[in-house]
Design a protein around this ligand. Structure first.
Ligand code: AMP
Length: 112
């Protein structure tokens, strides 16, 4: 059964897409926790970061570079936070690896 994010990749459900290439997709979070809250996902269905394998190394690096590219396109002034929730106990609710990219307000530390 495909996850919510696979359905977004396949255009079976709508999303506000801000970036796409052959390996990744980025779209606005439906329940934003900051003025800018974008989810960056690989098109390859990896359930969570800890399931990634060494042959995913390039893909994981690519997602980070996509974050930088989006930050520059959106003029985020090099100020943003990337969060990956890994596992239900860490707050993961959609089991398709995703980077939360947040910006546009002061971001306190440590996160909750
Ligand atoms: P996580 O809790 O780390 O698994 O993050 C899942 C994120 O997906 C949450 O921030 C949700 O608000 C977001 N989300 C859930 N459904 C959608 C959707 N249809 N479109 C965009 N974002 C979504």
């Amino acid at each position: 059964m495909s996850t919510l994010f696979e359905k977004i990749i396949n255009r079976e459900i709508p999303a506000d897409i801000v970036y796409e290439d052959d390996f990744s997709l980025a779209f606005k979070d439906i329940n934003p926790q900051a003025p800018v809250h974008i989810l960056i996902i690989p098109k390859k269905p990896i359930e969570k970061l800890s399931d990634a394998q060494s042959d995913d190394k390039e893909l994981l690096g690519h997602l980070m570079l996509v974050a930088g590219k989006i930050a520059s396109e959106l003029n985020l002034d090099n100020t943003f936070r990337i969060v990956i929730n890994n596992g239900a106990g860490a707050g993961q609710s959609v089991f398709h690896l995703h980077l939360h990219m947040m910006s546009g307000r002061p971001l306190s530390w440590p996160p909750g």
